[in-house]
Design a protein around this ligand. Structure first.
Ligand code: CA
Length: 227
């Protein structure tokens, strides 16, 4: 059992019921709201540990909900979306959600994501100030990434990925380990590990002169080149 409280904002009753049933089975206290306005009111009153949020909602949609909540709260938000093309916007600065699951979803996947997010959040309560390798810096307190002293934008998964590599202190992390630690997948879910490679290709572009810090270990995974 645990005492985490989860707010589910979803107007499809069959889905909210399914989520509530399974969340409670896992020991989460669960509150369900069927529209965005009620969701926002419950969010303020109940102060949940995490929000599962549908995008298409009556009264106040998930986009607006997210923007309002993010004005003064870092509470993790897991988005349920039917549209994959929305992902960049969902995870981007405008909305600032933590993760997403596409509909139709498997309950197992939702539970795995929730666990990963909550683990991440509780881990960040004891921040180790600033991680550094050459010109690359991760500031865990400010959740800021800097390249040669200048802040630059990373998606939350990219930040988590680098954090994982830093905490391995130069040792290799396999693609499976990274999928599990950063993306919250478990091995039985048969996710294509090339997903990791695609994310890393994009991340390397952002790292510019420090791109070589992420070393590919052929057929195994990745490691961080420390100084
Ligand atoms: Ca809906």
């Amino acid at each position: 059992m645990n005492n985490e409280k989860i707010l589910v904002v979803e107007d499809e009753k069959s889905l909210s019921k399914l989520l509530k049933y399974n969340l409670e089975k896992e020991g989460y206290r669960t509150i369900v709201c069927n529209d965005g306005e009620a969701g926002l009111a419950a969010f303020r009153k109940e102060k949940p540990s995490l929000v599962i949020l549908d995008l298409m909602l009556p009264k106040l949609d998930g986009y607006e909900f997210c923007k309002i909540v993010r004005q003064d709260s870092k509470t993790p938000i897991l988005i349920l979306t039917a549209r994959k093309e929305e992902v960049d916007r969902i995870l981007g600065l405008e909305m600032g959600a933590d993760d997403y699951v596409t509909k139709p979803f498997s309950v197992r996947e939702v539970l795995a994501r929730i666990k990963a997010i909550l683990r991440r959040v509780s881990g960040s309560e004891t921040p180790n100030a600033v991680l550094r390798a050459g010109g690359l810096e991760l500031d865990l307190e400010k959740y800021e990434s800097r390249l040669n002293g200048k802040p630059f934008t990373l998606r939350s998964k990219e930040f988590e990925f680098l954090k994982c590599l830093f905490s391995a202190r130069g040792k290799v992390l396999t693609r499976d380990e990274l999928l599990e630690k950063v993306w919250g997948y478990d091995k039985s879910m048969e996710i294509d590990t090339r997903t990791v490679d695609q994310h890393i290709a994009r991340l390397r572009e952002k790292l510019g002169s420090e791109a070589g810090r992420i070393v590919t270990v052929k057929n195994v995974g990745y490691r961080l080149k420390l100084d």
